[in-house]
Design a protein around this ligand. Structure first.
Ligand code: SAM
Length: 240
């Protein structure tokens, strides 16, 4: 089966990921609050420019394998690997094509699953994550929130989110203009479709994790983001 490489510009995306507070603070807080990376073997699926991979090493992880299907992302990640040599390796491939060794403690999927266009593709991504993990290993997800059916204007935080429908595979548009010249296109898949993908892959536990605000956050700044019943983004944790 043919999978699609994301259309947006890798450098523009990297600049965004390394500058917007929703990406530099809120995202790492809501990924790393679910596990302590110290001494861990981590696979970062859909690693982009490797920002989460480097953060994991900075916080004490032993080793990170980053995988991304967009060649330009892997080049950017490689350019930023000075100081991480031997501790982070990158592979340019679709996650769906990868089969792991069952030795990793943690599989991070930060904005990976929302690229799946069908339940079938989602299942392949989750199955790949499962294959990398040892028993008791955890999958840590940061993702478009399938419970959010409204979207909205989050310009203050860098983006506008448009949900074109809630049929399986409907496009969800994240517009980061003027930071990015192309829109980020995600795909709607129901919450139950996600839960089923984790169950089918063999994970024994799965739970959704609503985003939390950092304890030391500027509450006034984040007010409009967090006043929604369903936030644009959600986390999840699964255990093998
Ligand atoms: C929004 S970026 C997030 C990058 C990084 N995880 C982060 O949080 O900063 C999504 C990344 O997933 C990658 N991607 C999308 N579908 C993929 C697939 N099927 N296999 C591997 N990488 C994929 C894209 O190339 C892109 O770099």
């Amino acid at each position: 089966m043919e999978y699609e490489v994301v259309e947006y510009n890798a450098k523009e995306h990297s600049d965004l990921v390394n500058n917007l507070p929703a990406e530099t603070i809120l995202k790492p807080y809501n990924i790393f609050r679910h596990f302590n990376p110290k001494g861990k073997l981590i696979v970062d699926l859909g690693c982009g420019d490797g920002s989460i991979s480097r953060t994991a090493i900075d916080r004490g992880a032993d080793y990170v394998l980053g995988i991304d299907s967009k060649f330009e992302m892997i080049i950017l990640a490689g350019d930023m690997n000075e100081g991480y040599k031997g501790r982070i390796h990158y592979i340019n491939d679709f996650v769906e094509n990868c089969e792991g060794s069952g030795k990793f403690d943690i599989a991070i999927m930060s904005y990976l699953l929302n690229n799946a266009q069908s339940a079938n593709q989602l299942e392949k991504q989750v199955k790949a994550a499962f294959s990398f993990l040892k028993k008791g290993g955890k999958a840590i997800v940061y993702n478009n929130n399938p419970f959010d059916t409204i979207g909205g204007d989050f310009t203050k935080y860098g983006f506008r989110k448009t949900i074109t429908g809630t049929d399986e595979g409907s496009e969800i548009i994240y517009n980061y203009s003027p930071f990015m010249s192309k829109r980020i296109v995600n795909y709607f898949l129901k919450s139950e479709t996600h839960e089923e993908a984790f169950r089918k892959a063999g994970f024994s536990k799965f739970r959704w994790e609503k985003l939390e605000l950092m304890p030391d956050a500027d509450k006034a700044f984040w007010k409009e983001y967090f006043e929604r019943k369903e936030l644009p983004v959600i986390g999840a944790v699964a255990e093998k």
